[in-house]
Every structure is written in structure tokens, then in C-alpha cells.
Design a protein around this ligand. Structure first.
Ligand code: ATP
Ligand code: MG
Length: 233
């Protein structure tokens, strides 16, 4: 999926010597990650439990800050950014492993959350949320409460919510981890379609090799280090 006109020395995401330690350095969740990702790429990250996959994704999504090293996205060093939440709300769509929907809000309200307080008008927020829910096949569930939905439907709401800010990067942490394989495939197809149609950079963390193989490129992590980085063509 690499674009021929992409200039490689000007990569969209650039990570240098990224380290994240916990417990006064006793645990090194990330231990020197170097990585370049081009705009519009579809990347999978695979590795054993505890290898640092979620930690890496959280750093990329500006949900947490590294101990040392740098992350540049679109030329901006997010590790130095003073306003990570603003960066996040402009660029990033995050699909959490356990979808994290708010149970006492409707499906429609859940999808609007990332845009509340960002200056986007109420009409525009509602329009985007409705369109996205229709595009993931949930146009008839707007007023439903999340607890009344199936696992796959909830995950589709979570995807619509991750997309409502028109992100240039989607980070998905085991988006199919809690689903049966048929429902998981539906979710993967939704993510792949968005990636292809909008040139969105898609990064998926997964335990499963067949999910990893759907990406253009697979990065294998072990003990906080990249062990393998291969193209899937
Ligand atoms: N807040 C924390 N405090 C201390 N240690 C942590 C913290 N968060 C993560 N770790 C440790 O960092 C390492 C990497 O964790 P991480 O969640 O990134 O793994 P993972 O690859 O996502 O695993 P899984 O596949 O089980 O989700 C683990 O050893 C974990 O115990
Ligand atoms: Mg994890």
C-alpha cells in the first residue's frame, strides 16, 4: 500500500530510540524502539503478552508520555507537545480493546464524545455521528443503549467514535480480541475500508497471525524491542 510518491526520508510517523520504563526503571516496557511509518500505510503489530504493544500504541496516540526518545507525527514532536489532548483530538482515532463505551449514553451520544468541547458546531457533530453510524451499518440503532447491543455492534460503535474527528491515524488495540471470528472479520473489513477509502494510516495490534497478515507490513515486538519488520506483499 506504499504510495510511490511518498518520500521516505520524510516519513509521517518517526520514532527514535523510544524507551518507556516503570517502577524506577525496573520494568522496561519499551526498550529502544526505532520506527518509520509512511502516510496511508496499514501496519500490524504482533508479539507476546507483555511485550509492549499497548505501551507503544498509547505513546503513538499521545495517551501517555515516554521516559525518553522521540515521536514525530507529521513533523510535530508529540513528546514535547504541551497540549497532547488537542493533538489527539485533531489527529488520532483510538479503538480500545474493550471498546470503553459509556453505558448510560445512547449509541448516538457515545459517538459524539470526542468532538464535545472542540469548537465543532452541534449540528456538524450530529451530522458526522449519524453518517458514521450509518456507514458501519448501525443507522437504525442511534437511540439504543450500548448494553443492548452485541459485542460486534459495540465495537462498530467504538470505531464510529474513533472516526468522528476525521483522524489521519487510527490506532486499534486488539479490536477483534473479544469477538468471535465472524464478527471480528466484519470489524476488520470496516477498518480496512476506511483505511483504503480515506488514505488513513491504520495501525492494528493483534495476537492473531491472520489479522497481522492483512496489513501491508507487520512489526514483531518482544521484550520492548522490534524483532522483525517485514512487508506482507
Ligand atoms: N502502568 C504500568 N506500571 C507498571 N508496569 C506496566 C504498566 N503498564 C504496563 N506495564 C508493564 O509493561 C510491559 C508491557 O505491557 P503492555 O501492556 O504494553 O503489553 P502488551 O504487549 O500490550 O501485552 P498484552 O498482549 O497482554 O496486551 C508489561 O510487562 C507490563 O506489565
Ligand atoms: Mg496490550
Amino acid at each position: 500500500m506504499n504510495n510511490d510518491d511518498t518520500i521516505n526520508n520524510n516519513s509521517f510517523i518517526n520514532i527514535k530510540n523510544l524507551i518507556k520504563s516503570y517502577d524506577d526503571g525496573k520494568i522496561k516496557a519499551l526498550n529502544g524502539i526505532d520506527l518509520e511509518i509512511n502516510k496511508g500505510d496499514f501496519i500490524s503489530i504482533i508479539g507476546p503478552s507483555g511485550s509492549g504493544k499497548s505501551t507503544l500504541l498509547n505513546m503513538l496516540g499521545a495517551l501517555d508520555i515516554p521516559s525518553s526518545g522521540t515521536i514525530k507525527i507529521d513533523g510535530v514532536e508529540i513528546t514535547k507537545s504541551k497540549d497532547l489532548s488537542q493533538f489527539r483530538s485533531k489527529k488520532i482515532g483510538f479503538v480500545f480493546q474493550l471498546h470503553n463505551l459509556i453505558p448510560n449514553l445512547t449509541v448516538f451520544e457515545n459517538v459524539q464524545i470526542p468532538l464535545i468541547g472542540t469548537g465543532v458546531s452541534e449540528d456538524e457533530i450530529e451530522k458526522r455521528a449519524k453518517n458514521l453510524l450509518e456507514s458501519v451499518g448501525l443507522g437504525d440503532k442511534l437511540e439504543q443503549m450500548p448494553t443492548k447491543l452485541s459485542g460486534g455492534q459495540r465495537q462498530r460503535v467504538a470505531i464510529a467514535r474513533a472516526l468522528v474527528n476525521n483522524p489521519s491515524i487510527i490506532l486499534a488495540d486488539e479490536p477483534t480480541g473479544s469477538l468471535d471470528s465472524k464478527t471480528g472479520d466484519i470489524i476488520l473489513n470496516v477498518l480496512e475500508k476506511i483505511h483504503e477509502e480515506n488514505n488513513v494510516t491504520l495501525i492494528i495490534v493483534t495476537h492473531e497471525q491472520y489479522v497481522a497478515n492483512m496489513a501491508d507490513r507487520t512489526i514483531k515486538i518482544r521484550d520492548g524491542k522490534i524483532m522483525e519488520d517485514c512487508s506482507n506483499n
